[in-house]
Design a protein around this ligand. Structure first.
Ligand code: ADP
Ligand code: MG
Length: 261
């Protein structure tokens, strides 16, 4: 069997604004099916990595390959975009569209798909995240938690114009920030379920320990533009590395200090 290409491969990936190098020559590989957590304090550049992977911004230097294809354009300018789905921290639903229109947004662009087909697919994805009879509602008629579920349903929709066997790259930016522990657990379950269902690879950006531990099998620690530590989730739980230790226990002493940010 042909060896599958990594979902993500970067070489010296860098981005800066003005004088500041926010990401400084980052190298990492995410193999297909792997679940990675990128962790680090606020402002370390985690969202910036996800935005580059989602094709919303371009790196200043370095190379990015997604499923083996070199990425040189913004996603909107690509003819054959890779299947990358970003779930934002806030649900980012379009307020004047119904839930069905929000979730089915991608499919509607494809004129070959019937209304009935889209309706069925949307309802399937909504049911997968535990939502029923909400398709005709507007986002502001749903609770915050339900809106969040809708944003996961949207990430489950497969763009029919892409290869049907596509294995998506799923990106989650701070999916549990500001949630209580129980709501967090539900979202973590949903991340795993979404990932399994989509048969994808995932990157979760988070500073919530339970989220990191429950949704990932590998961890990268980002600070000062560089990866300071890499390892498995079990190593992360036990490591005495000064960065990991400071992060895990929220210590003020350690290598990460406000002046460096
Ligand atoms: P994180 O998600 O880890 O909190 P971000 O990726 O949002 O961090 O931001 C990393 C750094 O890059 C921050 O210092 C932020 O101020 C800066 N930054 C992000 N986007 C821009 C931008 N468009 N212009 C200038 N600076 C930016
Ligand atoms: Mg962020």
């Amino acid at each position: 069997m042909k060896k599958s290409k990594p979902a993500v491969e970067t070489k010296n990936l860098s981005i800066g604004w003005g004088e500041v190098n926010v990401l400084n020559k980052l190298n990492f590989i995410l193999n297909e099916g792997e679940k990675l957590a990128i962790v680090g304090p606020s402002g370390s550049g985690k969202s910036t990595i996800l935005k580059i992977l989602a094709g919303l911004i371009l790196p200043t230097n370095g190379e990015l390959k997604i499923f083996g294809e070199k990425q040189t354009y913004l996603r909107l300018d690509q003819n054959n975009p890779p299947d990358v789905r970003l779930v934002f921290q806030n649900p980012a639903l379009l307020g004047s569209l119904t839930i069905e229109e929000n979730v089915g947004f991608l499919l509607k662009r494809n004129k070959n798909l019937s209304k009935e087909f889209i309706h069925e697919k949307v309802n399937e994805c909504l049911a997968d995240v535990g939502l029923f009879n909400v398709e005709n509602k507007l986002p502001n008629e749903l609770s915050g938690g339900m809106q969040k579920r809708v944003s996961f349903a949207r990430a489950l929709i497969t763009d029919q114009t892409l290869n049907a066997n596509t294995k998506p790259l799923l990106l989650f930016d701070e999916p549990t920030a500001g949630l209580d522990p129980i709501a967090s657990s539900r979202i973590e379950d949903l991340i795993n379920k979404t990932n399994d269902k989509a048969n994808g690879s995932s990157i979760v950006v988070s500073h919530v320990l339970s989220t990191i531990e429950r949704t990932s099998d590998k961890v990268l620690m980002l600070y000062g533009g560089k990866f300071r530590w890499a390892g498995s989730i079990n190593e992360f739980k036990k490591s005495n590395d000064p960065y990991v230790f400071q992060f895990r226990y929220g210590k003020l002493d350690g290598p990460m200090q406000p002046k460096d940010i």
